[in-house]
Structures are given as structure tokens and as C-alpha cells.
Design a protein around this ligand. Structure first.
Ligand code: AMP
Ligand code: ZN
Length: 472
């Protein structure tokens, strides 16, 4: 598979560090509010990468953190008069709900910054020992100029950075950050302010800097070297640049092999963001469209391209996804009606074409996760199955078409899998049990069974001829 590596600005063949295994770290959200569609873009895109790598047979260790200590969380806690952890815990729960509705798989590990403080302190100690960090009045700074490769990801030149910020240097002096040796130095540990969450450290009570959190959590849950490090393109500088500086200075090995960054989700040509106020939360958009549609919409563009949000575009995604879902429904019906027999010549040809589409789809995904092209291939496939497959088609071919379309859609996560469908025999056994419970006047159990079946979309009807049931 080829992956566009932000580090080299080239598409490169993906070669994992350990054969058959991939470690992916995706910078996760700061949990102070519900996520918006822009935040959902990296979640959906890199979940799709993960699904594709799983499809290829890799063992994927997918780590995505929650930044649960941050100024924004503290601000919100003060506004509501609650603790910071109440805010972060509430929004972790909400984000997890949104992720589930977007069909984003749970990460192998979702570390929380506040639970990894000891390791953060340890990394800071290593950096101080190696001369890459220093403490002033309870604040620990990273000595940026001590890391010779600083700027290698964002292609920024350290002297230009310095020159571009002469005025800010003065502002820093005024704000009290003038204690830094160099303007470019950034915070690893900041001292406690009254009313803020804090932890004990060799430099006094305080809390870690944001960049440090990711360096530590990726090391702990993946290792010193990560295969793929990902996030939105706004994270390239300074966040990822600083992560590289910290990790490579501390571990003395390359931090990440491949850097992947998604483009912005925009609205009226501007980045959707909390601060601009031009955002739609996933929660709100979910009231208007099934979130499957949003996932489809996000994947209909290449992940590195900017994507403009507009109702008309989402409407057209809805219509497109409906076409796929209808075709899958037709295949399912055909499968129930088809009979077993050998394939005729025409059917053999359809089978060959199906295989060709799978290759075409894989080629698109192999080319830097081109989901836009992969979706086009699904459409071609659906066109073929709509015209060439019916209840009269040999069952084995219908089955193959059904599972193939399903499998390719599942890599994109665009068809929410219904829980494994309950079998007719199980339904009938439960109905019998319910009848027995009623006879025994155990109405609670009888109602419980009715509810269990209802939750799976099975509707019961008590008639004079006995209990009838149907799938909703
Ligand atoms: P934040 O909570 O702001 O750190 O954002 C979490 C993730 O969402 C990061 O990977 C950001 O790069 C990404 N992100 C935020 N806004 C957008 C946007 N409008 N389009 C694409 N990605 C975004
Ligand atoms: Zn990060």
C-alpha cells in the first residue's frame, strides 16, 4: 500500500516495522464539549485506514488518546461550577457515543492523559538529564534548539521561526514567560494555578503540556517507534513537530515512520472550528441525517483534500448511499429466493467481473487510501449486480455478490452492521417460552421475552390461531 508521508511529501510504499503488525497513533480530541464534523473527519478517515489494514490481514494496534486536562476543560468546569474531571468524563462518554454512531471502531487503547502522569514525569526527567529540557520556577521547558532536526516535519526553518516572532518575544517578557532561554522553547510541565487540577512532581505541583502527552502515550501503548502517526493537518505544527522533538530527543530513535494528515472539513471555504463558531456537532447533524450518511460524505472525498460541507452535498451522499443499500437489500432478497445450481456461462462472466471490481477497489485503497475512487468502484459493482443478479441467478453467485459488496462497504464502514440476525428457530423457541410463562402466570418473564424480541425488530401478534411474528 502506498501512503503519502507528510515527512517526505511523497507517496511511499508502506512497510511495517514488525511484519504483519501495525501500530497507529491518532491524536484524539480534547474533551470539553461535543465533537463537530471537523473533529469527526480524522476519526472516520483513520478508522477506515485501520479497517483496510485489518482486511489485508494486519494485526493493528490502534491507539487514540483523550486529552482530558487542558485549559478549555478547566474553563468549562469553572463556568459550570463543577470539577474538570466531571467535564472530561462527561465528554469522553459523549464522544464514545458519537464514535459508535459513526461506526468508528473502539481503539485498541484509548489512553487518558490524566492516567499517564507518572510516565510523563519520567520522560521529562530523561529530557532534563539529556540536556533537552530545563526548569525555571516550576515550569519545565523543552530546549528546542538542542534538537537539531526541529522543523523537519513542517519544513520550517528554526531561524525563520525565531525571526518571525520578534514582537512576541517582547510580549512573552510582559506575560512572564520571558524566563524561557529561547522563544522557541515550549512547555513540558506547567505549575499549578489555584483551583486547577494538578499532580505532584519534582518541579512542584502542576500538570503536563499537551505535546508531551502524545509522546508518552504513544511510547507506552505502541513503543518508541510508531508505524503511522495521524491527525488533522492543523496538528503538523507545532503539535507533531514538538512530539517529534520530545520523543526523538528522549528515545534516540525515529519517532514515526509515516505521518498522515487529513485535510480540513470546511464550511463556506473556512475551516470548521469551535473558535470560529461555524460548526455542526455530530449530535445535531445526527438529528437530520443518519450518521452513516455523514460517514459516507466524509469518505466521498480523498482524505487529504479539503472537503466543503453543504446540505446539498450531504443530500446527494444520502441518495448515493441509499442506492447502495437498496442494491444490498435486493441481493439479500435474491439470496433468500435463489436455488443451488451450477453457474452458467453468463454467470461465470459476472463472477469474473466481480473479482475484477475487487481488484480495482483494492488498487484505489492501496493508492493512499483513495476512498473516493473505492466508492466509485462500489457503484460500478452495484450497477452490475442490479442488472445481472436476481432470484433466478445461481445461489452461489448471489451469495458471492452479496458478501463481496458487503465486505467492501464494511471496510468503509458505511453499512452499519445490524447485530447478527436472530434465527427463525430461536424466535420460535422464545415464543414458546413466552407462552409457557403466560400459562404459569409469569407475566414479567413473558413481557421480558416480548421486549427482547422487539429490541431485535421482531414484532409479535397474538391472534386466535396463536402467536404470529414478523420482522420489522
Ligand atoms: P481538537 O480537539 O481541536 O484537537 O481536534 C481533534 C482532531 O480534529 C485533530 O486531529 C484536528 O486536526 C481535527 N480537526 C479539527 N477541526 C477540523 C476540521 N475542520 N477538519 C478536519 N479536521 C479537523
Ligand atoms: Zn498528539
Amino acid at each position: 500500500m502506498k501512503i503519502y508521508n507528510t515527512m517526505t511529501r511523497k507517496k511511499e510504499e508502506f512497510v511495517p516495522i514488525r511484519e504483519g503488525k501495525v501500530g497507529i497513533y491518532v491524536c484524539g480530541p480534547t474533551v470539553y464539549d461535543n465533537i463537530h464534523m471537523g473533529n469527526a473527519r480524522p476519526m472516520i478517515v483513520f478508522d477506515t485506514l485501520r479497517r483496510y489494514l485489518l482486511y489485508k490481514g494486519y494485526d493493528v494496534n490502534y491507539v487514540s488518546n483523550f486529552t482530558d486536562v487542558d485549559d478549555k476543560i478547566i474553563k468549562r468546569a469553572i463556568e459550570e461550577g463543577v470539577t474538570s474531571s466531571e467535564i472530561s468524563e462527561r465528554y469522553i462518554e459523549e464522544v464514545m457515543k458519537d464514535m459508535k454512531d459513526l461506526n468508528v471502531m473502539e481503539a485498541t487503547t484509548h489512553p487518558k492523559a490524566t492516567e499517564e502522569i507518572d510516565d510523563m514525569i519520567a520522560m521529562i526527567e530523561t529530557l532534563i538529564e539529556k540536556g533537552h529540557a530545563y526548569e525555571v520556577n516550576g515550569t519545565v521547558y523543552f530546549r528546542t534548539r538542542s534538537f537539531k532536526d526541529y522543523g523537519k516535519l513542517s519544513k520550517k526553518n528554526i531561524d525563520d521561526l525565531e525571526a518571525g516572532h520578534r514582537d512576541e518575544k517582547h510580549a512573552l517578557k510582559v506575560s512572564g514567560e520571558g524566563e524561557k532561554e529561547d522563544f522557541l522553547d515550549f512547555v513540558l510541565w506547567k505549575p499549578k494555578k489555584e483551583g486547577e487540577p494538578s499532580w505532584e512532581s519534582p518541579w512542584g505541583d502542576g500538570r503536563p503540556g499537551w505535546h508531551l502527552e502524545c509522546s508518552v502515550m504513544s511510547k507506552k501503548y505502541i513503543g518508541d517507534i510508531i508505524d503511522i502517526h495521524a491527525g488533522g493537518e492543523d496538528l503538523i505544527f507545532p503539535h507533531h513537530e514538538n512530539e517529534i522533538a520530545q520523543s526523538e530527543a528522549a528515545n534516540e530513535v525515529e519517532f514515526a515512520r509515516y505521518w498522515m494528515h487529513n485535510g480540513f472539513l470546511k464550511i463556506d471555504g473556512e475551516k470548521m472550528s469551535k473558535s470560529l463558531g461555524n460548526f455542526f456537532t455530530i449530535r445535531d447533524i445526527g438529528k437530520k441525517y443518519p450518521l452513516q450518511v455523514i460517514r459516507f460524505f466524509i469518505l466521498s472525498a480523498h482524505y487529504r483534500s479539503p472537503l466543503n460541507f453543504a446540505d446539498t452535498l450531504v443530500e446527494s451522499s444520502k441518495a448515493s448511499l441509499d442506492r447502495i443499500l437498496t442494491a444490498v437489500g435486493r441481493l439479500e432478497d435474491a439470496l433468500n429466493a435463489a436455488t443451488d445450481r451450477e453457474l452458467n456461462t453468463e454467470e461465470q462472466e459476472v463472477q469474473t467481473r466481480l473479482a475484477e471490481y475487487v481488484t480495482k477497489y483494492e488498487n484505489a485503497m492501496e493508492d493512499d487510501l483513495n476512498t473516493a475512487d473505492a466508492i466509485s468502484v462500489i457503484f460500478e459493482m452495484v450497477k452490475l449486480t442490479n442488472s445481472a443478479i436476481s432470484a433466478d441467478t445461481a445461489k452461489s453467485l448471489v451469495e458471492e455478490a452479496f458478501t463481496t459488496v458487503g465486505k467492501l462497504c464494511d471496510i468503509l464502514g458505511i453499512i452499519t452492521k445490524v447485530e447478527a440476525e436472530i434465527l427463525d428457530s430461536d424466535i420460535e423457541a422464545l415464543i414458546e417460552e413466552r407462552q409457557a410463562a403466560r400459562k404459569a402466570k409469569n407475566f414479567a418473564r413473558a413481557d421480558e421475552i416480548r421486549d427482547t424480541l422487539a429490541a431485535q425488530g421482531i414484532i409479535l401478534e397474538d391472534t386466535r390461531e396463536g402467536v404470529k411474528w414478523k420482522r420489522a
